[in-house]
Design a protein around this ligand. Structure first.
Ligand code: HPA
Ligand code: ZN
Length: 337
């Protein structure tokens, strides 16, 4: 194993950009379809894998929402989340801040309480089972209306003590952050953390809106910020974290080749980038694979890898006290490698 790959494996890491519904592996998709008697257009693993070829975000989202249809019960959501946690424990992930898409479930008649109960059951057991801490972020689907978002916000109210933040995902173009300014105001007043997908496919103007109107604490993706020098300077000077997802960017043709991925450039510009998997079952890899393939493609150094691992904790919503032991462990491992 190369020195860089050994370092990637050894480092404790946090994952800050992960859609739990996007961790639904083909095997589990077929298993849940079978146990819930859901009819899918594919019957074999080969057929499922063949469907996981995308040319843009919308292409992927169509398959992603179709895949969700097999998730029906609390146990399904528990098993899905537990499988993800078990998998990333093997990558030495020690903290996760995961998204879920309640509207992807309530829209098809699954009550709000079902996904969140199952997901939290797995997350609450994760410290003891896998040594993983967590935060839970509820995303709003931006292709739906503000009114729909407020309906979901009302359903979430009894759960606000268990939800740490809100996010914004789904089809970006044509659905600017400003569509949800009032939802973000309500969440801010409730004391929640705020993140949003911006600048994945959408223009730099959407990143400005996410900062100025939604007043977000962290940017999901943010790749297209690099088209605007003033925006780069602003994100750098404010120390705002970007949750970057290289293999997702490759699958969705945000970059044509991993060699063109801007991660190294982001670090060189002083931006606080992190490495994440987004929807690992669909995009071909969990966290370590994202590190490994990107390190090889763009030539990440030992110091780059250390910076990325540290950013994953300092960019998390853990307190400074909670971050400290992870940062110390990273320093120890960095010195030994
Ligand atoms: N972008 C937008 N919406 C999403 C994504 C993504 O990468 N994954 C799941 N929902
Ligand atoms: Zn995402």
């Amino acid at each position: 194993m190369s020195n860089i790959n050994a370092l990637i494996e050894a480092l404790p890491k946090a994952e800050l950009h992960l859609h739990i519904e996007g961790s639904l592996e083909p095997e589990q998709l077929l298993e849940f379809a079978d146990r819930n008697k859901v009819d899918l257009p594919f019957k074999t693993l080969e057929e499922v894998r063949a469907a996981y070829e995308f040319s843009n975000l919308q292409d992927f989202l169509d398959i992603y929402y179709q895949g969700m249809s097999v998730l029906q019960t609390e146990d399904d959501f528990h098993d899905l989340t537990d499988a993800y946690l078990k998998r990333v424990a093997a990558d030495n992930v020690r903290h996760v801040e995961i998204f879920f898409d309640p509207q992807g479930h309530t829209e098809r008649g699954i009550p709000f309480d079902v996904p969140i109960t199952g997901i939290l059951k797995a997350l609450d057991a994760a410290q003891e089972r896998y040594g993983i801490s967590y935060r839970l972020i509820m995303c709003f689907l931006r292709h739906l209306s503000e009114e729909d978002a407020f309906k979901t916000w009302e359903e979430a109210k009894p759960w606000l003590a268990r939800i740490h933040g809100i996010g914004l995902d789904s089809s970006e173009n044509g659905h600017p952050p400003s569509k949800f300014t009032r939802i973000y105001e309500a969440a801010r007043e409730a004391g929640l953390k705020l993140v949003a997908h911006a600048g994945e496919e959408g223009p730099p103007a959407y990143v400005y809106e996410a900062l100025d109107e939604l007043k977000i604490d962290r940017i999901d993706h943010g790749n297209r910020s690099l088209e605007d020098d003033a925006l780069i300077a602003r994100i750098r000077d404010a120390g705002i974290t970007l949750t970057v997802c290289p293999l997702s960017n490759l699958s969705l043709c945000v970059v044509d080749d991993l060699k063109d991925h801007p991660l190294k450039k982001m670090l060189a510009l002083g931006l606080k980038a992190t490495v994440n998997s987004d929807d690992p079952a669909y995009f071909g890899g969990y966290v370590n694979q994202n590190y490994r393939e990107t390190a090889e493609a763009v030539g990440l150094t030992h110091d780059d890898i250390i910076t990325l691992a540290k950013n994953s904790f300092t960019g998390s919503f853990l307190s400074a006290e909670e971050q400290a032991p992870h940062l110390e462990a990273i320093d120890r491992i960095a010195a030994a490698h």
